[in-house]
Design a protein around this ligand. Structure first.
Ligand code: NAD
Length: 512
């Protein structure tokens, strides 16, 4: 039985689906999908509620979001329980990936909301300075649709919703059908903190519900998910001329230089390939190690991966894959690689038991003829390829349709920076990897097929607004020199401005 099983429904009824545990395939209950009419009704409520929310002082909205940190801490065990039921991820992972990062996002964005979102007076340059004044107003967009995946269903819902709400928008969330309860917690926490019910809502269902949201009365879509869905959403948003951010898949490379601390590099290779059972957009999916240290690196990675535990218990190192589709992809990539000559130094097969487990796996002897090294695998696989030198590592790292992030392991930060600047990726991390999403100051987003637009960063909240310049007149004059009617005087004025402002190098500098 699939993890998500559509149930037969009569014409005119809402569609329903049954969920099954990835841990032991036990039944988790049934869910009802929101119909297109439900989505439209939610959007209409969101539209009606948004002006009053936007009219509240930014500090008041920020205070509500700050309160959400307390709600989150109070509810954390229930949220972790939902995550464990729907995904089987170890408790330590639920706490770090989902709860800790969410607390930081809520706390950080709420503390910066007033500074980022209040009207900004900008000093004008040159000849405009004496005549005009400029204010930039960060105007909320209106209603934002947020569509999220199943791999980190709580934090990936909570973070964009929080940013959109602080910016004065109302939000309708469509979490993944694989993890509906875990996603919906984001809305519950924010409502309990004081966000009005119509300002933050959730609709449930699969791609059909998501498509209804994208086609509905929304002013922006914040999407996190696969490349295929991202393309579909971009097409619709393009036709409708509404903005979207697309945070899509990755095939992140890790480069291990000859001077790397091999203990750390090996520990990082295992953790960063396998945490969340490898189902992280920023997982290390390909490892390029310089030949001179490759034997020792492979030995250490093998030793560490072999020591990992996996299974159903809350204290195991690794849980199951979260969906049967994922188990199929991981098994196929590993099998194809082995058939083409790769060798499993550790694992390499589906795990024991009824659940969707796959063994922690180390593969050596891989190359770019294998889908394992070119397509997103999203599984607990450390795939290691030897390279001659750093130049070859950079060339292979860039030989990808994806460009989300990359990591460089070296004891020399300057070398990491030098190599990083040659990588065509959204971000680069030294001696670490996936943490970049939690670095709120860092703009985050993919290049190539890994996405469009960036989230987070010092102007994160502004990305959910329209920066509206309001140009004010300094003087009350009946007319401007350049307005009708054109006379000899008009031309003379412009000639004078040109001569005075741009005729001499020194004044030009003053005017710039
Ligand atoms: P998915 O694209 O199958 O689904 C994502 C969401 O989109 C779900 O809620 C789904 O119901 C919805 N959806 C599906 N079809 C739709 C349509 N036509 N219109 C609107 N919505 C639709 O992705 P997934 O399998 O849930 O997630 C895994 C993928 O997400 C991986 O590729 C992973 O790399 C990526 N991801 C990226 C990031 C990032 O920040 N770049 C973060 C996490 C996950």
């Amino acid at each position: 039985m699939a993890i998500v099983e559509p149930l037969p429904t009569e014409t005119g009824e809402r569609r329903r689906w049954a969920l099954t545990s990835p841990v032991d395939r036990s039944a988790l209950g049934e869910w009802e999908a929101s119909s297109a009419a439900d989505v439209d009704a939610a959007l209409a409520r969101a539209r009606a509620a948004q002006p009053a929310w936007a009219a509240r002082p930014i500090a008041e909205r920020a205070a509500i979001i700050r309160r959400a940190v307390e709600v989150l801490i109070a509810r954390k065990d229930e949220i972790v329980e939902s995550l464990r039921v729907e995904t089987g991820k170890p408790r330590a992972e639920a706490l770090t990936i989902e709860i800790l990062s969410s607390a930081d996002f809520l706390n950080h964005w709420s503390a910066r909301a007033v500074r980022q979102l209040r009207d900004e007076r900008r000093r004008l340059h040159g000849y405009l300075l004496p005549v005009k004044r400029l204010t930039v107003h960060y105007q909320p967009l209106g209603v934002v649709g947020v569509i999220t995946p199943w791999n980190a269903p709580f934090v990936l819902s909570l973070n964009p919703i929080t940013q959109a709400l602080l910016a004065g928008n109302s939000v309708v969330l469509k979490p993944s059908e694989v993890t509906p309860r875990s996603g919906a917690w984001a809305v519950d926490v924010l409502r309990e903190a004081g966000v009005p019910e119509d300002v933050v809502q959730v609709v449930h269902g699969d791609g059909e519900t998501g498509a209804a949201l994208v086609a509905g009365d929304v002013d922006k879509i914040a999407f996190t998910g696969s490349v295929a869905t991202g393309r579909r959403i971009a097409e619709v948003c393009g036709r409708r001329l509404i903005p979207c951010t697309l945070e899509l898949g990755g095939k992140d490379a890790m480069i291990v230089c000859a001077d790397a601390d091999l203990e750390r590099a090996a520990a990082g290779a295992v953790y960063l390939s396998m945490f969340n059972t490898g189902q992280v957009c920023l997982s290390v999916e390909r490892i390029y190690v310089v030949d001179s240290v490759a034997d020792e690196f492979v030995r250490l990675v093998t030793e560490k991966a072999a020591a990992l535990t996996y299974g159903a218990g809350p204290d195991k190192d690794m849980g199951p894959l979260f969906s049967d589709r994922q188990l199929e992809i991981v098994s196929r990539h590993v099998d194809q690689a082995k058939q083409a000559g790769a060798v499993a130094a550790v694992g390499g097969s589906p795990g024991k038991g009824d659940g969707l487990f796959f063994e922690p796996t180390v593969l050596v002897g891989v190359d770019h003829s294998m889908p394992l090294m070119t397509e997103e695998t999203f599984g607990p696989i450390a795939a290691i390829m030897r390279v001659r030198d750093e130049d070859e590592a950079v060339r292979l790292a860039n030989d990808s349709a994806y460009g989300l992030s990359a990591s460089v392991f070296t004891n020399d930060p300057a070398r990491a920076e030098r190599i990083g600047k040659r990588l065509i990726t959204g971000s680069v991390v030294h001696n670490d990897a996936a943490t970049i999403y939690g670095v709120t100051e860092a703009p985050f987003g993919g290049r190539k097929a890994s996405g469009v637009g960036q989230v987070n960063g010092v102007d994160a909240l502004r990305k959910f607004t329209h920066a509206q310049p309001i140009l004010l007149a300094r003087w009350r004059t009946k007319s401007e020199h350049v307005w009708y009617p054109y006379t000899a005087d008009t031309e003379k004025t412009i000639e004078t401005i040109l001569r005075v402002a741009f005729g001499n190098r020194f004044v030009r500098r003053l005017m710039s």
